[in-house]
Design a protein around this ligand. Structure first.
Ligand SMILES: *Cc1c(COP(=O)(O)O)cnc(C)c1O
Length: 495
């Protein structure tokens, strides 16, 4: 299986090269030359496997230049080493008659990013070996809150790697900030930027595509790579849990094989929902893919109108990991929607760069609407959803998942059959917002006051990785203007 860039189909890589490099030299994103597929028999056989077994099957379809042993080694290290509660990275919970929650936050940082970022360091290390890369891999991360910590946890202590995380200083929750700043390990670094997530992501992309910078790095025996979902190695592990959710529901006789299953995804950078789209293209019988946005509803407007327009106010919301106006992975979807026409993709991306907006063609719009629908929830609605779901089902939703559930309820009249709502974070990661939504009295001072209040009021368990942070001190205090990210990065690299 080879990979090509969405902006230049002549730019061909092996899987390991695409993972190592993270983003195309041309600014495009790597996608498989051809999407592999699953036969019905293969899917049925996977119903009998555990999570790691399914992950091996899915990865084998994409990682053409990896051996079966290499894949098994990476998968077992990520999913069977006690990193996920009860070794179940993606359990389902039923909520009402026709709805399930896919809980993706039982890993070390309590958000779904762990599922990919526990695996990616293994994939990268193997990729470096295969390509005889001796350079130190410097993983540059722009984070809206959760990717940063998950990348730090994934790469901390991994030989031959270093990770540098940039987060928007006022754009992440108090717990997210503490998780990152208290990270242990000698090969990690965390810096706040004066700007929002889009500024951080733009800064990181600029460093990646700066040839002179790459030259200086090379001389110093270092090279950049990406742990953001622009890296196909981030998306691949996410395809697994869509296959897995379908298989689990068939195995548990909740779903007849072949019956469509709708998916609702709280969306920011369009990575998670794109993995669902890939799973559907590969033959998993998924129904509608519902894209849920918060007040930064650039994506739900796009689904409605075919116009992507980032020229609008940027809001800081209760669901910070979705506070994004430039959804990078949409580029991969556009590539498919226009029949893999690299010129159309390049033109649209140039327009986005220059004017901040583009309009897709009528055929692309028709293709888009065939699989996708969407909606959004503001903060007030999000709070109402958290409270009403808790009252109805005694189930706590984090604000991101609440956005998804709120959109699910809005689009329900358009859906047929059963639906899985993707639950992307533990409510304890956003305990302050959840307490407020439940109408609990204001907790005392300090980061853990809200966590304790939420636990006392609901009797739900505080995830162990968050409890362990109580005694950890912050180690990182740097901040810089977004425009100075390259200089900061150079200093950290000793250049
Ligand atoms: C990252 C994140 C999202 C958005 O996912 P994308 O793949 O960027 O669309 C949603 N919820 C949570 C909790 C996240 O951390």
């Amino acid at each position: 299986m080879r990979y090509i860039s969405t902006r230049d189909k002549g730019n061909v890589k092996t899987a390991s090269q695409a993972i190592l490099q993270g983003i195309g030299e041309d600014g495009g994103l790597f996608v498989p030359l051809e999407l592999p597929t699953f036969s019905q028999e293969e899917l049925l056989r996977m119903c009998a496997l555990d999570y790691a077994g399914r992950a091996e099957q899915v990865l084998a379809k994409f990682l053409g230049d990896f051996t079966a042993e290499e894949i098994t080694g990476c998968v077992r290290a990520a999913y069977t080493g006690g990193r996920f509660e009860e070794e179940l990275p993606a359990p389902l919970s039923r909520l009402g008659e026709d709805c399930y929650l896919l809980e993706l936050w039982h890993g070390p940082t309590c958000a779904f990013k762990d599922i990919a970022l526990q695996l990616l360091p293994g994939l990268m290390t193997v990729s470096a070996r295969k390509n005889a890369v001796k350079d130190e891999l410097v993983i540059l991360v722009a984070t809206s809150g959760d990717t940063g910590k998950a990348a730090l946890e994934g790469f901390a202590g991994v030989p031959g790697t270093r990770v540098l995380v940039f987060y928007p200083q006022d754009g992440v929750s108090a717990m997210q900030k503490h998780q990152m700043r208290a990270q242990e390990g000698e090969n990690v670094c965390v810096c706040a930027i004066e700007g929002n997530f889009d500024d951080a992501q733009t800064g990181v992309k600029r460093i990646f595509t700066d040839k002179a910078f790459a030259g200086r790095m090379e001389k110093a025996g270092k090279r950049f790579s990406s742990a953001n979902s622009i890296n196909f190695g981030r998306l691949l592990p996410q395809i697994v849990y869509y296959v897995g959710a379908y298989c689990d529901l068939v195995r548990d006789e909740e779903l007849a094989f072949g019956e469509p299953l709708n998916v609702v995804v709280p969306t920011g950078n369009f990575g998670n929902i794109l993995a669902a789209y890939y799973a559907k293209q590969m033959g998993v019988p998924l129904g509608k893919l519902v894209c849920a946005s918060n007040r930064n509803n650039v994506l739900s407007d796009f689904l409605e109108s075919g116009v992507y327009d980032r020229n609008r106010g940027f809001y800081t919301t209760l669901s910070p990991s979705m506070d994004i106006l430039i959804s990078s992975n949409l580029e991969r979807l556009l590539f498919e929607l226009c029949g893999r026409d690299e010129r159309q993709v390049s033109a649209l991306m140039a327009q986005l760069q220059e004017e901040g907006r583009y309009t897709i063609s009528a055929p692309m719009r028709a293709a888009l609407r065939k699989d996708f629908t969407g909606g959004f929830c503001g903060d007030d609605e999000t709070r109402t959803v958290i409270r009403s779901v808790y009252e109805r089902y005694s189930y706590l939703l984090d604000p991101h998942t609440a956005v998804a559930f709120g959109v699910y309820e809005k689009v329900l009249p358009q859906l047929e059959g059963k639906t899985v709502v993707v639950s992307t974070a533990s409510p304890y990661k956003f305990a302050g917002s959840v307490c407020e939504a439940l109408g609990l009295p204001a907790a005392g001072e300090g980061l853990f006051a809200d966590i304790d209040a939420l636990h006392a009021a609901t009797g739900t368990a505080v995830p162990a990785p968050l409890s362990r942070l109580r005694t950890k001190e912050a180690r990182f205090f740097d901040s810089c203007p977004a425009g100075e990210m390259p200089a900061y990065c150079a200093r950290q690299m000793g250049l």
